[in-house]
Design a protein around this ligand. Sequence first.
Ligand code: S3P
Length: 431
Amino acid sequence: MSTAIVKHSQVGLNGTIQVPGDKSISHRAVMFGAIAEGTTTVEGFLPGEDCLSTISCFRKLGVSIEQTEDKVTIEGKGWDGLTEPSEILDVGNSGTTTRLMLGILATRPFHSVIIGDDSIAKRPMARVTEPLRSMGSDIDGRQNGNYTPLSIRGGATKGIKFQSKVASAQVKSAILLAGLQSEGVTSVSEPALSRDHTERMLEAYGVEVKRDGLTVSVEGGQSLKAQHIVVPGDISSAAFFLVAAAIVPNSNITIEGVGMNPTRSGIIDVLLNMGATMTIQNERVVGGEPIADITISTSALKGIEIGGDLIPRLIDEIPVIAVLATQAEGKTVIRDAEELKVKETNRIDTVVSELSKLGAKIQATDDGMIIEGPSSLKGTSVSSFGDHRIGMALAIAGLITDGDVQIGRSDAIAVSYPNFFEHIKQLQQDK
Ligand code: S3P
């Protein structure tokens, strides 16, 4: 198991980087290309472990996929081009692969088995398997289909009207994907708007998607046409460096080509509300997704309250927002974020325990956490617990601790940001 040592940054962070491709969009580009008719090409693909798991699963489903670094070519043969896998589909650490692939397999007339790592084995799947079963798909797994290993025999499914209890793009996407090959109309309503990459990309692949407030619907019997997809930089990866520049003295960095989809850009709202010195330039649209260049420098920050509809817009950024809050004047309260408990780790527990070890004044609540700042952090041994975003949040904290931070299980970072440590080095060298 790998341990990374992060030293207090002796210099400010300066220069320009482009963060790797968006993880959510990379997964979808490959999956939709696999069920589309024709050759799909993807540029800016994230070659992180999660997205490589998606490629590996769809290869096992009979799709020919070539990948070199951030370029991918997928030879789609339509929905019927998917064939019964002779091997188990291993999703590794990836919840998005598991849930979206379940939606696709739910309508395929063959048997398949999904497994993943120890973290996947603890993540709730009933939120997807229950509605897919009610559409007519035959799915089973541990604890009545709530946990992997899962076995799926897809079949003739009927559209449903589904009211999701959680604002989850994975749930919404799985049901809509099944709906595309089901009888009649399928609609999904959610309590708050979750990321809408599926809706945007399905439209790009020629699917008709109806949106009405918090409800999305699709008509069954729709096929996808191959596309050229350009993946924007992942705002969830950019978030680590936005926070780093805001808290490391003498910093001024620019991150180019960052995805600014409004269902994902809650971190920008938080930074601005906390008082960060930040400018957004060069706003443009690439492949149906808004992108921009963001410049940010060391900032005087104040604590804020974060909750409600903002939560789904920044759910993956909360670990690093907690680090940011340790350096803000006053109290930061994060509420309505129970979903943190079912991510790669229970992120309320892991953020609070590891930041406490570094000396942060942080306290867990039922639905989030409360952080009192500013506090001076000290280096010690912590762990990512195999959660990429916990590992990276702790590394960013390590740039301002007194003494080194040793991060156990740092290999997890490759799940979404394989060149994370190179980018830290680059920003420390640029002037
Ligand atoms: C994702 C949706 C979110 C997010 C995850 C990626 C997606 O999960 O946390 O990292 O690509 O659809 P939920 O849909 O479970 O909220």
